[in-house]
Design a protein around this ligand. Structure first.
Ligand code: PHE
Length: 338
C-alpha cells in the first residue's frame, strides 16, 4: 500500500500550497471527493480478499483521517490569514491628524446687511422681509408707475410665468420699494422700517449685477420731514463707515414714488477716494399718491423713504472696485473677510 502513503504526502503538500479557500476545496476534491484518489482506493477494497480487505481498509481510513486533519488545519490557517489581511487593510491609524474642514465665513455683503440692520434697529427701526417674486402692481403701479409709463423701462425687468390673483403679471422685484406698500398695509403708523433684500434687473457690468441687494427705509408719521431723512441717513453713513469725516449731499433727482426726490451722495475726507462724490442711495419724501396706496390719509401722514445699494455700500467700505467679485465665489477674495 505504497500508494496510500504517497497520496497522503501529495494531499498534504497540495493543501500547503493552496493560497485560498477555493484552491483548498479543489485540492480536497481531488483526494477525498467522489472521484478522488483516496475514494477510488476505498471503492477498490471490495475486490480484495477478506483478510487483505481488513488491513487495507484500516490503512486507508488512517490515511483519510490524516488528510482530513490536515485539511481542517489548513482551513483554519487560511481563515485566520484572511482575517489578518482584512484587519491590516482596514487598519485605522488613530494618531493621524484629522482631515481639515475649511471654516466658512460670512460673505462681505451679508456682513454689510447685518451692520445696516444693527444700526437701524438701534434707532428704533423695525426690520422686515418681503417676496422676491412680486406683482406688477406692488412693484410699479402702487408706486405711481402707471402701466405703459416710460419710467418702467428704467428698470428693465425679468417677468416670470404665471399671474397674480388679479391676473396681473408677476416679476422679480426690481427694487425693495414694493415692500413700502406691503408693510404699510400690514401695520399702522408710525411706520418705521427697513427692508433689506435681493432685487433683479437686466443689467450686468463691473458695477451692476442682474441680482443685487438693496435696503429700503421708510419712516411715516404725522410730521416726518426731509430734515429727518438728512439726519437719520447722515448718522447711518457715519456709523456704517465708522467715520465722522465724511460729507453727505442730497442731489435733486426723480422717482415716481417720491416728491421731492434726491440722490444721496457721500464723499470721504481722506483715503483713496478722498473728495470724490459717490452715489449711494435714492431717496425722497413719499408721494401722496403712494401714501394713499398705503391706505393712509395723505393729508395727515407724511414721511420719507430711501433705497440704498448694499453692494455699493460694501464696495466703498472695503475698497472693492469690481462688483462681480462678490458673486464669483473665489476663495482668495472671500477669505479676506473671514
Ligand atoms: N427704489 C429706488 C431704486 O431702486 C430707490 C428709492 C427708494 C428711491 C426709495 C426713493 C425712495 O432706484
Amino acid at each position: 500500500m505504497q500508494d496510500v502513503e504517497s497520496i497522503v504526502e501529495r494531499a498534504l503538500a497540495e493543501f500547503d500550497r493552496s493560497g485560498d479557500a477555493a484552491q483548498l476545496e479543489n485540492a480536497k476534491a481531488r483526494f477525498l471527493g467522489k472521484s478522488g484518489e483516496l475514494t477510488a482506493l476505498l471503492k477498490a477494497l471490495g475486490a480484495l480478499a477478506p483478510a487483505e480487505r481488513r488491513s487495507a481498509g484500516a490503512l486507508i481510513n488512517a490515511a483519510k483521517e490524516r488528510i482530513e486533519a490536515a485539511l481542517a488545519a489548513r482551513r483554519a490557517a487560511l481563515a485566520g490569514a484572511g482575517l489578518e489581511a482584512r484587519l491590516a487593510e482596514e487598519a485605522l491609524d488613530v494618531t493621524l491628524p484629522g482631515r481639515q474642514r475649511g471654516r466658512g465665513s460670512i460673505h462681505p455683503l451679508i456682513r454689510s446687511w447685518q451692520r445696516v440692520e444693527a444700526i437701524f434697529r438701534s434707532i428704533g427701526f423695525d426690520v422686515a422681509d418681503g417676496p422676491e417674486i412680486e406683482t406688477d402692481w406692488y412693484n410699479f403701479t402702487a408706486l405711481n408707475n402707471p402701466e405703459n409709463h416710460p419710467a418702467r423701462s428704467m428698470q428693465d425687468t425679468f417677468y416670470v410665468d404665471g399671474r397674480d390673483e388679479k391676473d396681473l403679471p408677476l416679476l422679480l422685484r426690481t427694487h425693495t420699494s414694493p415692500m413700502q406698500v406691503r408693510y404699510a398695509r400690514m401695520h399702522s403708523p408710525p411706520l418705521k422700517v427697513i427692508v433689506p433684500g435681493r432685487c433683479y434687473r437686466v443689467d450686468s457690468d463691473a458695477t451692476h449685477s442682474p441680482m443685487f441687494h438693496q435696503v429700503e427705509g421708510l419712516w411715516i408719521d404725522e410730521h416726518i420731514s426731509f430734515a429727518d431723512l438728512k439726519g437719520v441717513y447722515t448718522d447711518f453713513l457715519r456709523r456704517f463707515f465708522e467715520s465722522d469725516d465724511l460729507a453727505v449731499r442730497f442731489r435733486p433727482s426723480f422717482f415716481p414714488f417720491t416728491e421731492p426726490s434726491a440722490e444721496i451722495d457721500v464723499a470721504f475726507q481722506n483715503g483713496p477716494l478722498e473728495g470724490k462724490w459717490l452715489e449711494i442711495s435714492g431717496a425722497g419724501q413719499v408721494h401722496p399718491d403712494v401714501v394713499r396706496n398705503f391706505g393712509l390719509d395723505a393729508e395727515r401722514y407724511i414721511g420719507f423713504a430711501f433705497g440704498s445699494g448694499i453692494e455699493r455700500l460694501t464696495m466703498l467700505r472695503y475698497g472693492i472696485n469690481d462688483l462681480r467679485l462678490f458673486f464669483d465665489g473665489d476663495l482668495r477674495f472671500l477669505k479676506q473677510f473671514a
